[in-house]
Design a protein around this ligand. Structure first.
Ligand SMILES: Cc1cc2nc3c(=O)[nH]c(=O)nc-3n(C[C@H](O)[C@H](O)[C@H](O)COP(=O)(O)OP(=O)(O)OC[C@H]3O[C@@H](n4cnc5c(N)ncnc54)[C@H](O)[C@@H]3O)c2cc1C
Length: 434
């Protein structure tokens, strides 16, 4: 075969890509042994910044400021870092074809490489309203957010629409964060989503009501329980009106859609066993194909704590799964194995001057504490989820780093609890006593 041989190939230069590169360097790679292929034109960066500080009107975050691994307090791996460590970083290089039998990958430009070990970290792609054949979904002025290029287009439109109106479609974490950023840029925002409240997959109605009141106080209009059914365009093909299922319509030149994401299996689809929409991997992130590993958003992995298998679309897992897979690859070379991946689910979000964290599982009954009278920033309240008599999940708004650590400890230890009243009256003290 006339293909260059690479010992380690990493496809995807996102969050997991950046953390995997760091782990390879930490454990030792010789110059030329590791190559990264990324569709994006920039070196791996901390993706969550795109829906937060990247869109701020004052002192916005810009590259190289948020390259991985600064998001977890690590070194900022600017493009020179890759060169200095002998890593071939192929940017704007999409992998279009792969063959796990001949162990090759081929770029969209037609260059083929043979790999020793392959690590796939191709992340997710946003769900597009055009996928649902929503009339007018191809209009100009309708934005989605996944990559830096998307964020740059949004920054440009925000600049052109200061003092104007925008419609945010979706009440999940992307919609909630983007609505805040648009409002900070002096844009009058209306949020539209079909669910009964913000973040329905995590928030209880009481928690959501705090954030919705806060957003309304910031001038954000919230329309719940209905969906966008069509967009109207002007003669240039740009959006001018958003039509809602309840018969209302909203005039705007700027729409931002955040209605979820789906795993991006790309050219590897059909080559590896799948489960729950992702690639099925073991606790070392080894897939069904020899020497092929899958990490981050695309991996369906054993979640040891809960005895089930899940796919998780969160930055903390992207980082940790990448580290685990690289450690497993390096251990296998010495005939060794690594400990099972023992992940504790962790999500967070920040908007305006609010900031929450959640650890564990939001299954079973929930109890909310500290919410009475919480209406402004600086409020501290939380929630616990109880399943089978044990506290399995913990949420905290406004926690300090030390307080947030308490949540992690509770969710990890899953203490038994006999009465919900103890949790409500104890609040954060309950966690502190564990
Ligand atoms: C705007 C935004 C805000 C977020 N905020 C939060 C947050 O606050 N908290 C949280 O926990 N999570 C957040 N997330 C989710 C988190 O960023 C993801 O879970 C994480 O980035 C997943 O890492 P990954 O490496 O699997 O994929 P990604 O970081 O998406 O990286 C995938 C990379 O692979 C590249 N790629 C794809 N296909 C190919 C191919 N065929 N060839 C070459 N390259 C390819 C992509 O271009 C991309 O660079 C956010 C996500 C977005 C989009």
């Amino acid at each position: 075969m006339d293909a260059a041989m690479l010992k380690y190939v990493l496809v995807g230069g996102g969050v997991a890509g950046g953390y995997a590169a760091r782990e390879f360097v930490k454990l030792g790679v010789n110059p030329g042994e590791l190559a990264i292929f990324s569709k994006e034109p920039v070196a791996p960066y901390e993706r969550p910044a795109l829906s937060k500080a990247y869109l701020f009107p004052e002192s916005p975050a810009r590259l190289p400021g948020f390259h991985t691994c600064v998001g977890s307090g690590g070194e900022r791996q600017a493009p020179e870092w890759y060169a200095d460590n002998g890593i071939d970083l192929h940017l704007s290089s999409e992998i279009a074809k792969a063959d796990t039998k001949s162990k090759t990958i081929t770029t969209a430009q037609g260059k083929t490489f043979e790999y020793g070990s392959l690590l796939i970290a191709t992340g997710s792609t946003f769900i597009n309203l055009a996928d649902f054949k929503t009339p007018g979904a191809d209009a100009g002025g309708i934005h989605y957010l996944r990559e830096k290029d998307d964020a740059d287009k949004l920054v440009e439109e925000i600049g052109a629409n200061k003092g104007g109106e925008a419609v945010v479609v979706g009440g999940g974490y992307i919609g909630v964060e983007l609505a805040a950023c648009l409002a900070l840029n002096s844009i009058r925002v209306t949020m539209v989503f079909p669910d009964p409240h913000f973040m329905p997959r995590l928030f209880t109605p009481e928690i959501a009501s705090f954030y919705e009141s806060y957003y309304k106080a910031k001038g954000i209009n919230i329309i719940k329980g209905t969906s966008v059914t069509a967009f109207e365009k002007d003669d240039q093909g740009n959006v001018v009106k958003v039509i809602l299922g309840d018969g209302r319509s909203l005039s705007t030149n700027l729409v931002v859609v955040g209605i979820g994401a789906r795993p991006n299996l790309g050219p590897f689809k059909g080559l590896l066993e799948e489960e729950k929409g992702g690639f099925k991997v073991d606790s070392s992130f080894r897939s069904s194909a020899e020497d092929v590993y899958a990490v981050g958003d695309i991996a369906t992995f054993p979640l040891k704590m809960y005895g089930d298998r899940r796919r998780v679309e969160h930055v903390d897992h992207a980082r940790k799964s990448a580290i685990q897979a690289v450690q497993a690859i390096k251990a296998a070379e010495k005939g060794e194995t690594v400990d099972d991946y023992d992940y504790l689910p962790f999500f967070y979000s920040r908007s305006f001057d609010l900031s929450w964290q959640f650890y564990g599982d939001n299954t079973g009954d929930s109890v909310v504490w500290g919410l009475d009278g919480a209406s402004a920033s600086g409020s501290k309240f939380g929630a616990y989820w109880i399943n089978d008599g044990k506290v399995v999940g913990a949420f905290l708004e406004g926690g300090s780093p030390d307080e947030n650590k308490l949540l992690a400890r509770v969710a990890r230890q899953r203490p038994s609890v006999s009465s919900k009243k103890d949790l409500i009256s104890g609040g954060l003290d309950f966690a502190a006593k564990i």
